[in-house]
Design a protein around this ligand. Sequence first.
Ligand code: SF4
Length: 384
Amino acid sequence: MIGSAFNYSQKTISLYIHYPFCKRLCPYCDFFKVQYSKDLERVYIDGLKKEFEVYNELILRNYNTATIYVGGGSPSIASPEFFNFLEFLNSKLNLCDKPEFTIELNPEDINDNLILRLANSPINRLSIGVQSLDEDVLKFLSREVNLKTFKNNFEKLNKIIENISFDILYGFPEKLSENHIKNFSNIKDFNLKHVSLYFLTIYEGTAFYKRFQEVSHLLNDDEIYKKYLKFIEQLNVLNFKHYEVSNFAKPGYESQHNLQYWLFHNYLGLGPSASSKIFSAHWKNYNDLNTYHSSLENGNLSVAGFEMLTHKQLVFERLFLFLRLRRKVNKIWLNDLTGTNPERLKQFYIDLKRNNLIEDYGEVFELTDKGLMVSEEVFLRYLK
Ligand code: SF4
């Protein structure tokens, strides 16, 4: 129930570490990343150690860390020094019981060395950016993955870490979509606990936008929805529960780290471009490796922007994130929190139900698959 969203323990925190390097820069990606170089990585790790020391003293030592998430970039290409740092950090934190420790992997980077490194690390969850199980789609994305080799590597990984998630993209040109959806059914051959399904966002003016247009038109909302449903149908058959707009999990395997964000708990981000939120304070690091490092070198934190959220912003943000989750929402509770007139909302709930956006159970409602896809719009209409 929604009320539980705000009954969180104020003693716990989540930690995000941004690793900003990739071997190649993919044309469709808008995360902060730079081309890998050993020298730049050394500079980055130096900054990261300094940043961790400061925040450990200021914040982390007062909390129990519930989850750690290493994202990027491509942390799967990181050097042994970076993995040593992760171990060091893990040993310094006050960890909750059974902390979740996730790292993102790029399938192209998985090899025996990496598997050995992971086996000797505290990492217990993997998020693999597979994107597709169709060779043509992977070529379209300029990914150099051999699916057969990947499957073998997956089996080896799965022997040491059972909690594995795949990122899958959808919304490819029509010509590629059919086989992408068909081959997605091979997901049953992987012992997965979690799947994240993301829409391929294409930014106008990019080289990738041109490449996309050569093979297709941009999809309209109806086309996108139909494709999204085809994935959901397959995931339902495999017993994955659709628990958030883009996320599906086997029972008990929801991403604990992402739940911390959606439930608006405290989190701290380390590394360039990382964001942090502690109660109503919100800040973001510089999106630039040199500025990130030089600020820390000069004894400052690498903060590019800082704000204190007002009560209204806090309520708005909390609900906005919470309505991404598929949970039963108590209408009275929602009205009290937002100060909305219940009479005005009667017709609103009727319209949502008529459009198959919610299941209405009287005192509570829950977003449907369709409602989850447009949860932002539902939320904004609620507050009008
Ligand atoms: S490897 Fe991942 S993070 Fe790096 S550019 Fe490609 S999609 Fe972005």
